[in-house]
Design a protein around this ligand. Structure first.
Ligand code: ATP
Ligand code: SF4
Ligand code: MG
Length: 341
């Protein structure tokens, strides 16, 4: 679905986020191709949400440095000039959100307006970003709710969010996020509150939407089975940094970073994951908190392959290890070559 030689839709370089203490996310660099589905994985606290919210311009009281450049997407035939999102005035960011970039938030209840019906909230998004009015707008609202598997869409439009179950709210959030057919969707754990059958439906829906519209997606998840079901590429975050970025088939067959290997070997078998035990199992030990990350490899305290030199001498850089003709593959491990299978 994606051409790595084409200009990326989103190009993130050296993104650093700070709330007044230590950097929470540092030196984050990655690309998202047009129409590409990228799974962003990593243990709790690794910076998946903070990094995504920073790119969306949705963090308050944060200092953000670096660059996140959004090129023209499927909606403009790729023709629109790139827009630098970091430092963009709030008014311009608001105009882009929904139409060009959109987000399904990790917590659906706090991101729905408790005082407005579902119908009112969907109509508001459609009015802001499309030219639909009257009966056409109503039909589109119904179609969106049907698309996300809501059985009685007409009834749902009249309800306030607190009348819905967790799973229904999650589906409404997805409908709102895709209403204006954005070029890029950040989906932060969008299927966590759903049962396994609905989870599979939603994954099919999001993948189908990408196939129909060319929408690219950053799919944030703890669940490696979900990542393997949906992603073209996997980006692993550890303690605020990218530690591996690889095509999904390469990542699942021969991950290069010891942390990725530890995650994959700790993951429950696929069948167990699909039966609902899907959360990412952590290797032994804990992710260092932002104030305790030091200047060596951040995974060193948990790594079975650690050596004083080179692992503790300095922080490994993110290097490209893509072999000739192979698609993009980067890793942050000073011993990747010695450890390669
Ligand atoms: N507003 C904030 N102010 C200060 N620190 C914050 C703020 N929001 C998040 N953090 C810290 O940033 C780090 C990364 O948090 P983030 O929510 O991005 O993690 P995550 O990878 O999304 O985790 P999870 O899988 O649990 O959702 C955590 O240490 C968290 O405590
Ligand atoms: S640099 Fe060393 S400690 Fe870090 S992941 Fe590689 S082998 Fe492990
Ligand atoms: Mg999060």
């Amino acid at each position: 679905m994606t051409d790595r030689n084409a200009a990326p839709l989103l190009s993130v370089r050296n993104l650093t986020v700070n709330f007044g203490g230590p950097d929470i996310v540092d030196d984050l660099s990655f690309d998202i191709g047009q129409g590409e589905i990228v799974a962003l994985v990593g243990e709790s606290g690794s910076g998946k949400s903070v990094g995504s919210l920073a790119i969306m311009g949705l963090l308050e009281n944060a200092t953000i440095q670096g660059s996140a450049s959004l090129s023209g997407g499927a909606s403009s035939g790729g023709q629109e000039a790139p827009t630098e999102l970091v430092g963009l005035p709030a008014r311009r960011l608001r105009a882009l959100r929904g139409r060009r970039i959109s987000m399904i938030f990790q917590d659906p209840l706090s991101s729905l307006d408790p005082l407005q019906t579902i119908g009112g909230q969907i109509r508001e998004v459609l009015k802001a970003h499309t030219r639909l009015t009257g009966a056409a707008l109503h039909s589109r609202a119904i179609a969106l709710l049907e698309q996300v598997g809501i059985v009685d869409p007409e009834g749902c439009l009249a309800l306030l969010p607190q009348r819905l179950s967790g799973g229904m709210r999650q589906r409404v959030m997805i409908a709102l996020a895709i209403a204006a057919e954005p070029d890029l969707l950040f989906a932060d754990e969008p299927t966590t509150a759903l049962d396994v059958t609905v989870q599979a439906q939603v994954l099919r829906l999001l993948k189908g939407l990408r196939d129909q519209t060319g929408m690219a997606m950053v799919f944030i998840t703890h669940n490696l089975a979900v990542a393997s079901a949906i992603a073209d590429r996997v980006i692993v975050l550890y303690a605020g940094q990218v530690v591996e970025d690889a095509p999904a088939d390469v990542f699942f067959r021969r991950p290069a970073m010891p942390y990725s290997r530890a995650l994959l070997s700790a993951a429950p078998r696929l069948e167990a994951v699909l039966a609902g035990y899907g959360h990412l199992e952590a290797p032994r030990g804990q992710v260092p908190s932002p104030g305790q990350r030091g200047t060596a490899c951040r995974f060193a305290a948990r790594c079975d392959d650690v050596r004083e030199t080179p692992c503790l001498a300095s922080m490994p850089s993110l290097v490209s290890i893509a072999a000739n003709g192979e698609a993009h593959h980067t890793v942050r491990c000073a011993r990747w070559e010695e450890l390669a299978p």
